[in-house]
Design a protein around this ligand. Structure first.
Ligand code: RB5
Length: 143
């Protein structure tokens, strides 16, 4: 799968680890920055990643900031984006099954890196259940 990734400085180290993990799996990556731990503004990176997914340039997006909160808020402002902020494998499975999330957000300062890779695996490998959930995601996409 082609995955766009982005982070601010607080999520930079986790983004780099996510890239390594995705490469090992054989996924393709578009890295939209940032490129170091120098302070930057997370809305810029959340928006860039979300636009890559919304436009179809990437099939999925993964974004990281210190908590995952700010960058997920930014991503969810882009039409067509359903970005789930996940702190557990169960949340990642459910945001795919129920929300058909096309983006995942995680916190580089709040989520253990090994757990984060399990979260990425669940996000990448879990299918949308459709059915009643499709009606609801359609409502989200209309907003
Ligand atoms: C940056 O210090 C921090 O505020 C940011 O990474 C993020 O946690 C915001 O939600």
């Amino acid at each position: 799968m082609l995955v766009a990734v982005a982070s601010d400085h607080g999520g930079f180290a986790l983004k780099e680890k996510v890239k390594e993990y995705l490469r090992e799996r054989g996924d393709k990556i578009v890295d939209l920055g940032t490129t170091s731990e120098e302070s930057v503004d997370y809305p810029i990176y959340g928006k860039a990643c979300a636009e890559a997914v919304a436009s179809g340039k990437a099939e999925r997006g993964i974004v990281c900031c210190g908590t995952g909160i700010g960058i997920s808020i930014a991503a969810n402002k882009v039409k067509g984006i359903r970005c789930g902020l996940c702190t557990s494998v169960e949340m990642a499975e459910l945001t795919r099954k129920h929300n058909n999330a096309n983006m995942l957000a995680m916190g580089g300062r709040t989520t253990d890196p090994d757990l984060a890779m399990e979260i990425v695996k669940a996000f990448m490998d879990t299918e949308f259940e459709g059915g009643r959930h499709k009606r609801r995601t359609d409502m989200l996409d209309e907003m």
